[in-house]
Design a protein around this ligand. Structure first.
Ligand SMILES: C[S@@+](CC[C@H](N)C(=O)[O-])C[C@H]1O[C@@H](n2cnc3c(N)ncnc32)[C@H](O)[C@@H]1O
Length: 214
Protein backbone atom coordinates (compact mmCIF):
# COMPACT_ATOMS: atom_id res chain seq x y z
CA UNK A 1 0.00 0.00 0.00
CA UNK A 2 1.35 3.44 -0.93
CA UNK A 3 1.26 5.35 2.36
CA UNK A 4 2.41 8.57 0.70
CA UNK A 5 -1.26 9.57 0.18
CA UNK A 6 -1.49 10.12 3.94
CA UNK A 7 1.56 12.40 4.06
CA UNK A 8 0.64 16.09 3.76
CA UNK A 9 1.32 17.40 0.26
CA UNK A 10 4.07 19.75 1.37
CA UNK A 11 6.29 16.80 2.32
CA UNK A 12 5.32 15.11 -0.92
CA UNK A 13 6.09 18.08 -3.12
CA UNK A 14 9.51 16.81 -4.07
CA UNK A 15 8.12 13.34 -4.74
CA UNK A 16 5.37 14.76 -6.96
CA UNK A 17 7.79 16.71 -9.16
CA UNK A 18 10.33 13.89 -9.35
CA UNK A 19 7.56 11.60 -10.59
CA UNK A 20 6.53 14.13 -13.22
CA UNK A 21 10.06 14.25 -14.63
CA UNK A 22 10.52 10.48 -14.37
CA UNK A 23 7.34 9.80 -16.32
CA UNK A 24 7.59 12.55 -18.96
CA UNK A 25 10.23 13.74 -21.34
CA UNK A 26 10.92 17.50 -21.12
CA UNK A 27 8.85 18.17 -24.26
CA UNK A 28 5.84 16.18 -22.97
CA UNK A 29 5.01 18.30 -19.91
CA UNK A 30 2.17 20.83 -20.17
CA UNK A 31 4.44 23.85 -19.60
CA UNK A 32 6.95 22.88 -22.30
CA UNK A 33 8.11 25.69 -24.56
CA UNK A 34 10.33 25.27 -27.56
CA UNK A 35 11.48 28.84 -27.07
CA UNK A 36 10.73 30.82 -23.86
CA UNK A 37 9.86 33.98 -25.78
CA UNK A 38 8.33 36.04 -22.96
CA UNK A 39 11.10 35.15 -20.49
CA UNK A 40 13.75 36.16 -23.02
CA UNK A 41 11.94 39.39 -23.82
CA UNK A 42 11.75 40.34 -20.14
CA UNK A 43 15.36 39.35 -19.40
CA UNK A 44 16.44 41.57 -22.32
CA UNK A 45 14.25 44.37 -20.90
CA UNK A 46 16.23 44.35 -17.64
CA UNK A 47 19.21 45.69 -19.57
CA UNK A 48 21.63 43.59 -17.52
CA UNK A 49 24.84 42.54 -19.25
CA UNK A 50 26.39 39.14 -19.82
CA UNK A 51 28.14 39.21 -16.43
CA UNK A 52 24.90 39.60 -14.49
CA UNK A 53 23.94 36.81 -12.11
CA UNK A 54 20.62 35.24 -13.07
CA UNK A 55 18.74 32.60 -11.14
CA UNK A 56 15.93 30.53 -12.64
CA UNK A 57 13.64 29.38 -9.83
CA UNK A 58 11.95 26.05 -10.49
CA UNK A 59 13.76 25.92 -13.79
CA UNK A 60 12.61 22.33 -14.42
CA UNK A 61 13.93 21.01 -17.70
CA UNK A 62 13.28 24.27 -19.52
CA UNK A 63 15.37 25.40 -22.46
CA UNK A 64 15.93 28.81 -20.87
CA UNK A 65 19.40 28.21 -19.34
CA UNK A 66 20.79 26.77 -22.60
CA UNK A 67 19.45 29.72 -24.60
CA UNK A 68 20.86 32.20 -22.08
CA UNK A 69 24.27 30.50 -22.31
CA UNK A 70 24.09 30.74 -26.13
CA UNK A 71 23.37 34.46 -25.78
CA UNK A 72 26.52 34.93 -23.74
CA UNK A 73 25.15 35.14 -20.17
CA UNK A 74 27.82 33.71 -17.94
CA UNK A 75 26.56 33.53 -14.36
CA UNK A 76 23.54 31.28 -14.37
CA UNK A 77 21.98 29.32 -11.53
CA UNK A 78 19.02 26.93 -11.72
CA UNK A 79 17.20 25.98 -8.53
CA UNK A 80 14.60 23.23 -8.49
CA UNK A 81 13.06 21.02 -5.83
CA UNK A 82 13.28 18.06 -8.19
CA UNK A 83 16.62 16.33 -8.62
CA UNK A 84 15.10 14.48 -11.60
CA UNK A 85 14.40 17.73 -13.43
CA UNK A 86 18.00 18.79 -12.85
CA UNK A 87 19.19 15.43 -14.23
CA UNK A 88 17.02 15.94 -17.34
CA UNK A 89 18.39 19.45 -17.80
CA UNK A 90 21.97 18.30 -17.47
CA UNK A 91 21.40 15.63 -20.12
CA UNK A 92 19.93 18.23 -22.50
CA UNK A 93 22.79 20.63 -21.95
CA UNK A 94 25.53 17.99 -22.04
CA UNK A 95 28.95 19.64 -21.42
CA UNK A 96 27.37 23.09 -21.12
CA UNK A 97 25.71 21.94 -17.88
CA UNK A 98 29.11 22.47 -16.20
CA UNK A 99 28.76 26.20 -16.86
CA UNK A 100 25.65 26.42 -14.65
CA UNK A 101 25.29 26.30 -10.87
CA UNK A 102 22.60 23.79 -9.90
CA UNK A 103 20.72 23.89 -6.59
CA UNK A 104 18.32 21.12 -5.59
CA UNK A 105 16.11 22.78 -2.97
CA UNK A 106 12.68 24.01 -1.99
CA UNK A 107 12.69 27.75 -2.71
CA UNK A 108 10.36 28.43 0.23
CA UNK A 109 12.98 27.16 2.69
CA UNK A 110 16.38 27.57 1.08
CA UNK A 111 19.00 29.73 2.80
CA UNK A 112 20.52 31.64 -0.11
CA UNK A 113 24.18 32.55 0.23
CA UNK A 114 24.51 34.42 -3.08
CA UNK A 115 22.75 37.55 -4.34
CA UNK A 116 21.38 37.81 -7.86
CA UNK A 117 20.72 40.60 -10.38
CA UNK A 118 17.75 38.76 -11.89
CA UNK A 119 15.30 36.30 -10.31
CA UNK A 120 13.22 34.48 -12.95
CA UNK A 121 10.25 32.28 -12.12
CA UNK A 122 7.92 30.84 -14.71
CA UNK A 123 5.09 28.80 -13.22
CA UNK A 124 6.37 28.14 -9.69
CA UNK A 125 4.96 30.84 -7.38
CA UNK A 126 1.39 30.05 -8.45
CA UNK A 127 1.68 26.56 -6.90
CA UNK A 128 2.12 28.08 -3.45
CA UNK A 129 -1.44 27.95 -2.18
CA UNK A 130 -0.51 28.12 1.53
CA UNK A 131 0.20 31.52 3.08
CA UNK A 132 3.28 30.25 4.93
CA UNK A 133 4.80 28.94 1.68
CA UNK A 134 4.29 32.28 -0.04
CA UNK A 135 5.89 33.97 2.97
CA UNK A 136 8.85 31.58 2.73
CA UNK A 137 9.20 32.28 -1.01
CA UNK A 138 9.08 36.07 -0.52
CA UNK A 139 11.58 35.80 2.29
CA UNK A 140 13.96 33.89 -0.01
CA UNK A 141 13.35 36.41 -2.79
CA UNK A 142 14.17 39.37 -0.55
CA UNK A 143 17.23 37.60 0.78
CA UNK A 144 18.63 36.67 -2.63
CA UNK A 145 17.68 39.50 -5.01
CA UNK A 146 20.00 42.53 -5.05
CA UNK A 147 18.71 46.02 -4.47
CA UNK A 148 17.52 47.34 -7.86
CA UNK A 149 17.52 43.74 -9.07
CA UNK A 150 14.79 42.48 -11.40
CA UNK A 151 12.11 39.98 -10.54
CA UNK A 152 10.53 38.32 -13.57
CA UNK A 153 7.57 36.20 -12.72
CA UNK A 154 5.07 34.31 -14.86
CA UNK A 155 1.94 32.83 -13.25
CA UNK A 156 -1.44 31.59 -14.33
CA UNK A 157 -3.71 34.58 -14.99
CA UNK A 158 -7.35 35.08 -13.96
CA UNK A 159 -8.75 33.04 -16.88
CA UNK A 160 -6.29 30.16 -16.59
CA UNK A 161 -7.33 26.68 -15.41
CA UNK A 162 -7.52 26.21 -11.60
CA UNK A 163 -4.98 23.36 -11.72
CA UNK A 164 -1.66 22.53 -13.31
CA UNK A 165 0.14 19.20 -13.14
CA UNK A 166 -2.79 17.93 -11.02
CA UNK A 167 -2.12 20.59 -8.35
CA UNK A 168 -4.24 23.58 -7.38
CA UNK A 169 -2.82 26.96 -8.29
CA UNK A 170 -3.45 30.56 -7.29
CA UNK A 171 -4.38 32.66 -10.33
CA UNK A 172 -3.11 36.25 -10.31
CA UNK A 173 -3.79 39.64 -11.82
CA UNK A 174 -0.70 41.90 -11.94
CA UNK A 175 -2.16 43.92 -9.02
CA UNK A 176 -2.86 40.90 -6.80
CA UNK A 177 0.60 39.56 -7.52
CA UNK A 178 2.11 42.93 -6.62
CA UNK A 179 0.09 43.03 -3.35
CA UNK A 180 1.37 39.59 -2.46
CA UNK A 181 5.02 40.47 -3.11
CA UNK A 182 5.02 43.75 -1.19
CA UNK A 183 5.52 47.41 -1.94
CA UNK A 184 9.31 47.22 -1.87
CA UNK A 185 8.85 46.00 -5.46
CA UNK A 186 7.95 48.43 -8.26
CA UNK A 187 5.97 46.97 -11.13
CA UNK A 188 7.86 47.91 -14.31
CA UNK A 189 5.81 46.07 -16.95
CA UNK A 190 3.16 43.41 -17.47
CA UNK A 191 2.25 41.14 -20.36
CA UNK A 192 -0.38 38.50 -20.98
CA UNK A 193 0.52 35.34 -22.85
CA UNK A 194 -1.48 32.39 -24.10
CA UNK A 195 0.55 29.26 -23.59
CA UNK A 196 -0.53 26.28 -25.68
CA UNK A 197 0.38 22.97 -24.05
CA UNK A 198 1.76 20.07 -26.16
CA UNK A 199 -1.78 18.55 -26.05
CA UNK A 200 -3.31 21.79 -27.41
CA UNK A 201 -4.82 23.29 -24.22
CA UNK A 202 -4.66 27.08 -23.98
CA UNK A 203 -3.45 28.51 -20.65
CA UNK A 204 -3.55 32.22 -19.91
CA UNK A 205 -0.40 33.45 -18.19
CA UNK A 206 0.56 36.86 -16.86
CA UNK A 207 4.20 37.92 -16.86
CA UNK A 208 5.42 40.80 -14.71
CA UNK A 209 8.78 42.44 -14.28
CA UNK A 210 9.37 44.14 -10.94
CA UNK A 211 12.34 46.11 -9.63
CA UNK A 212 13.34 45.74 -5.99
CA UNK A 213 13.56 49.22 -4.50
CA UNK A 214 14.30 48.59 -0.83
C1 LIG B 1 5.37 23.99 -14.03
S1 LIG B 1 7.03 23.63 -13.81
C2 LIG B 1 7.83 24.99 -14.63
C3 LIG B 1 9.24 24.66 -15.06
C4 LIG B 1 9.99 25.79 -15.76
N1 LIG B 1 10.01 27.00 -14.96
C5 LIG B 1 9.41 26.07 -17.12
O1 LIG B 1 8.89 27.17 -17.34
O2 LIG B 1 9.51 25.18 -17.98
C6 LIG B 1 7.30 23.98 -12.11
C7 LIG B 1 8.70 23.67 -11.64
O3 LIG B 1 8.88 24.17 -10.33
C8 LIG B 1 9.51 23.20 -9.52
N2 LIG B 1 9.05 23.47 -8.15
C9 LIG B 1 7.81 23.32 -7.66
N3 LIG B 1 7.73 23.72 -6.38
C10 LIG B 1 8.99 24.13 -6.05
C11 LIG B 1 9.57 24.64 -4.87
N4 LIG B 1 8.84 24.81 -3.75
N5 LIG B 1 10.89 24.96 -4.88
C12 LIG B 1 11.62 24.79 -6.00
N6 LIG B 1 11.13 24.30 -7.15
C13 LIG B 1 9.83 23.99 -7.18
C14 LIG B 1 9.09 21.87 -10.09
O4 LIG B 1 9.97 20.83 -9.80
C15 LIG B 1 9.02 22.19 -11.57
O5 LIG B 1 10.25 21.95 -12.21
Amino acid sequence: MDLSVFIPFKRNRKKHWNRVYEKNLPNEVGWYQDYPKMSMKLIAATGVGAAASIIDIGGGASKLPGILLDQGYKRLTVLDISGKSIERSKIQLAEDSNRITWIEADVTKYGFKEKYDVWHDRAVFHFLTAVEDRKGYINSLNQALKLNGHLIIGTFGPDAPPKCSGLSVVRYEPETLHNELGNNFNLAETFFEDHVTPSGVRQKFIFCRFIKRT
